[in-house]
Structures are given as C-alpha cells and as structure tokens.
Design a protein around this ligand. Structure first.
Ligand code: NDP
Ligand code: PHD
Length: 347
C-alpha cells in the first residue's frame, strides 16, 4: 500500500527533516512539495538550501516546488505534512482543510484549540477522535492534527509514565535547548557562542499548556486538561540538536528511584513504522552524567526519549530527560501522527 503525501514548507529546516525521514518510508511517498512564492516553480535542489547531513534524495531533488495553495498540490494527495511558520500556517492550513485535505502539522498555531487533536501516538491516541468534533464545528471535509512543541514532547512521555503509576500533581522544568530549535537563522553565532540565553519567546507558556492538554482526558465530546500544575523555565544553549531538561515532579505516591525507573522504562510504545521499540530509556546510577545531547539525541533514529539522574525529593522525584528536537520534536512527530491517522482509518 502506498499513501501519497505532500510537505508544506518543504524547503525549511523542518521540511528537510521530513524529506530525510520519508526517504525509504514503507508507506508514505512524497508527491508534492511547497514553499513560498520565491521558491515556487524551481526544482527542489535549487529552491532549498540543503543543510541536512545526507544527500537530497534524487527524485526529490528534481521535483518542482509548488505554491502553498490547494490548487498547486493536486487532488490525489492523501496526507499533507505542514512545517510552515505559524503565522503563515494559521492562514494557509484552513484553506487546505476546507479543500478536504488531512493535515498533520508541526506549526504551533491552533495546538490549544478545543477541537484540534494535539497528539503523541504513545500518549493520547484517543484524542484523534476530536476530528469528529472538529468537522462538526468547522464544516471541514479534511482534518487537522498537531504535534506538540519540541520541548514539551521531550518531557511529556516521562510525565505520562509517572502519572500512570504514581499520580502527577505538579511538574517544574528547566530546559537547555539546542540552537536548531530556532531555525537556521534564528540565533546568530555572535549571540550564542560562549553564552546561554535565559529566554525563548512563548516557549514556557507552550510547555505549561500543551503538557496539560496532552495528559488530559477526552470523553468523546469534550477534552479536559490534566489537573497538574506545570511550570517551565526555558533557556537556549550552544548545542546544535537535542533538548535537555531538568524536571522536578510532585507525585501522590512517592516511588523509590528503582520503581520510578521501572515505570519509565516499561511505559508502552506503539507499533507504528517510525516509533521506537522502547519509548523511554533510563540511565542508571552508574551513569549519572547521562543523558547528554551529543551522545544520546540520535537513539532509535532520534525518536526515543532518554532519561537519567532519577533521585527522590521531599515531594516526589527529580530527573533529566532528552530528545532530538527536530526528529522526535518536529518532523518525526508529525510523521508518527500521520502513521497513526493511517492506522486509525482517517486516511
Ligand atoms: N526548527 C525546529 O527545531 C522546530 C521548528 N518548528 C516549527 O516548524 C515550523 C517551520 O520551522 P523551520 O523549518 O525551522 O522554518 P524555516 O524558516 O526553516 O522554513 C519555513 C518554510 O516555510 C516556507 N514559507 C515561509 N513563508 C512562506 C509563505 N508566506 N508561504 C508559503 N511558504 C512559506 C519556507 O519557504 P521558502 O524556503 O521558500 O522561504 C520554508 O519552506 C515553524 O512553525 C517552527 O516554529 C517546530 C519544532 C521544532
Ligand atoms: N521554540 C522551539 C522550536 C519551535 O519552533 O517550537 P514550536 O513548534 O512550538 O514553534 C525552540 O526554539 O527550540
């Protein structure tokens, strides 16, 4: 079986990750690429400043980039991945949804909308049924599904695993985020070398709200946010890829570090082509200096979460977690959601 897919914003940093990850995908075949007006009409190899660490797949290199408009994409596309700037996506995505396309989007607009599934397949696949509510509300033939922010997706699987076993009351997190999260031109070398920047616009609010939606419950009609309080402090550091986060959680039942490690490591994965066999890997007391971005971000094709430094506190636990921000945190997350849409019969 082949599913025909397109990428909106295909020339960008995340768009290039989509192309890398979809090369050789067992089901998804790239049949449309779009970008801004300045790229439209050019072969991809000319339109994109390719910066990924593998060559452009040959068939993609010669594909002509289209305008980001339904008329330029073609009716035979089954699924669109979107990696547009959020301001552009908020205007353009509805045009595709009205035209009947199913869009798995990485852009931050509409993530917190009440009728838009914000999904990590291992965590809240049932939220996909919000698509019915969305179609009733908006009259769209298509469907919009979002993946969360890259810092949020790094932490939430660990919170879900601990919540399931011990009950989560509160999470406080401090992030050390890689420069690729800001895009190629987002942070200049003069700003970030020999430095750390204790502010990433909008990021803390995204972590605090998206986490509660992902962990929330859906009763078939309405989604309720999880009751835990989540507080984030977000920082940019001079790593290239991989967000490292220090998390402090208050739990109803205080586990021992061994019990916590077991809960994290045994949290179930999903049987989808891009999913890791084991979602969360935990370093033990014998490796207290892991996870580290350079050493651990590529585990399981950049789709696994690593954790370590699990220790008890007065009210629960503290630990570190890490994920690859443009793989598990961006393009890989949207592709996994696309695989879930296929498995659940939405495409
Ligand atoms: N970088 C990261 O780690 C992460 C990024 N994201 C999100 O993913 C999205 C994309 O990020 P990133 O790839 O870094 O951004 P880039 O700036 O690298 O790429 C943006 C893409 O959108 C296209 N584009 C820009 N303006 C328009 C327009 N007016 N109409 C149509 N297409 C347009 C660009 O085309 P052209 O080349 O022609 O200009 C390009 O393909 C953003 O919403 C970002 O917040 C999410 C998680 C992580
Ligand atoms: N803000 C994130 C990356 C990003 O683009 O996030 P979002 O998908 O929420 O816009 C970072 O800088 O690391």
């Amino acid at each position: 079986m082949t599913v025909s897919v397109g990428i909106l914003g295909a020339t960008g940093a995340v768009g290039q990750r989509f192309i890398q990850l979809l090369d050789g995908h067992p089901t998804f075949e790239i049949d449309a690429l779009t970008a801004s007006e300045s790229s439209a009409g050019k072969p991809y190899r000319e339109a994109a400043k390719w910066r990924a660490d593998s060559p452009i797949p040959e068939d993609v290199a010669e594909t002509v980039v289209g305008k980001t408009h339904p008329d330029d994409v073609g009716d035979d596309i089954d699924l669109l991945f979107s990696s547009l700037p959020s301001g552009v996506a908020s205007e353009v995505e509805p045009e595709f949804l009205e035209a009947g396309y199913v869009v798995s989007s990485n852009s931050s607009n509409d993530r917190m909308a009440e009728d838009v599934p914000l999904t990590i397949p291992e965590i809240n696949p049932g939220h996909l049924d919000l698509i019915e509510v969305q179609r009733d509300n908006r009259g769209w033939d298509g469907a919009l599904i979002k993946n969360p922010n890259c810092s949020t997706i790094t932490m939430v699987p660990t919170l879900a695993a601990l919540d399931a076993e011990f009950g989560l009351d509160r999470a406080d997190v401090t992030t050390l985020q890689a420069v690729s999260g800001a895009g190629y031109s987002g942070v200049t070398s003069m700003e970030i070398i020999d430095n750390a920047i204790p502010h990433i616009g909008g990021e803390e609010n995204k972590m605090e709200t998206e986490s509660r939606k992902l962990l929330g419950s859906f009763d078939g009609a309405e989604l309720s946010l999880h009751g835990a309080s989540v507080n984030a402090s977000c920082n940019r550091i001079p790593t290239l890829d991989g967000h490292l986060e220090s998390v402090f959680v208050d739990l109803d039942d205080a586990p021992t570090p061994d019990e916590a490690r077991d809960a994290l490591e045994s949290f179930p994965g999903v049987d989808l082509p891009s999913a890791p066999d084991q979602l969360i890997h935990v370093f033990g007391e014998d490796q207290p200096d892991r996870p580290q971005p350079r050493l651990d971000r590529n585990r399981d094709n950049g789709m696994a979460i690593s954790a370590g430094g699990v220790q008890p506190t007065d009210t629960g636990l503290k630990y570190n977690c890490l994920a690859h921000n443009t793989l598990r945190g961006a393009a890989g997350a949207s592709i996994l959601n696309g695989e879930l849409l296929l498995e659940e019969g939405w495409i």
